[in-house]
Design a protein around this ligand. Structure first.
Ligand code: PRP
Ligand code: URA
Length: 215
């Protein structure tokens, strides 16, 4: 894990397992089944890192040998918010680590002409304001979708917001920071730039299409 001096709120997860899986994910020859498995595994590894700051509380446990003082999570309430559709691919991996998390859905798609986010669905846990939020989406490109999701959640009373994206473009990071400078961004890699169609270079192509086999 390292912090980029240019972006203090960005955590780049450079663990060897993450980088290995990311290489296979990027490969144009990786099929939908393996792509889905990798997105799930990467999401789980990212959640492991993103929850490092969770508070612990002391408890007492009796082992087969003796009674001992040990630690459990201090009642942390978490909401996982996938940005539809590609964010769905990351949900199960995170729920395997945090099964008590509630899941909210924000439906946004990027207009292919204007690259602006268009909202089409929203269903959030009622107590969203009391939960630590993990917004999940494999790709942060222009940042329009993520910034819209963050603003949307803020309007609904959300407080601590973390954004987990497998690949980020510098343009997307800057857009999110510009619109909301207290969001922490976790990513496996900050790629080079966007191409003329708004795709991340080198990226992995269209994450939603590769997950769901729609192209
Ligand atoms: C992709 C991706 C992000 C968004 C990123 O979704 O999953 O949500 O684009 O681009 P941006 O940073 O420029 O907004 P897309 O709009 O293709 O919808 P989909 O998940 O339904 O395929
Ligand atoms: N959305 C994707 O799925 N891929 C990109 O490279 C950019 C936006």
């Amino acid at each position: 894990m390292h912090r980029n001096a240019d972006y203090p709120n960005v955590v780049v997860m450079n663990h060897p397992l993450i980088q290995h899986k990311l290489s296979i994910l990027r490969d144009v020859g990786t099929g939908a089944k393996e792509f889905r498995e990798l997105v799930k595994e990467l999401a789980m590894l990212m959640a492991y890192e993103a929850t490092r700051g969770f508070q612990l509380a002391e408890t007492t446990v009796t082992t087969p040998i003796t009674e001992t003082t040990t630690y459990v999570l201090a009642g942390k309430k978490v909401a996982v918010i996938p940005i539809l559709r590609a964010g769905l691919g990351m949900v199960d991996g995170i729920l395997e680590l945090i099964p008590a998390a509630k899941v909210g859905h924000v439906g946004l798609y990027r207009d292919p002409e204007t690259l602006q986010p268009v909202e089409y669905y929203c269903k959030l846990p009622e107590d969203i304001g009391e939960r630590d939020i993990l917004i999940i989406d494999p790709m942060l490109a222009t940042g329009g979708s993520a910034a819209a999701a963050v603003q949307f959640l803020r309007d609904k009373g959300a407080r601590t917001i973390n954004l987990l994206v497998i690949i980020a473009a510098p343009e997307g990071i800057e857009q999110v920071i510009k619109s909301c400078d207290d969001v922490r961004i976790y990513t496996c890699c900050v790629d080079s730039h966007l191409n003329e169609h708004g795709y991340i270079v080198p990226g992995l192509g269209d994450a939603g299409d590769r997950l769901f086999g729609t192209k």
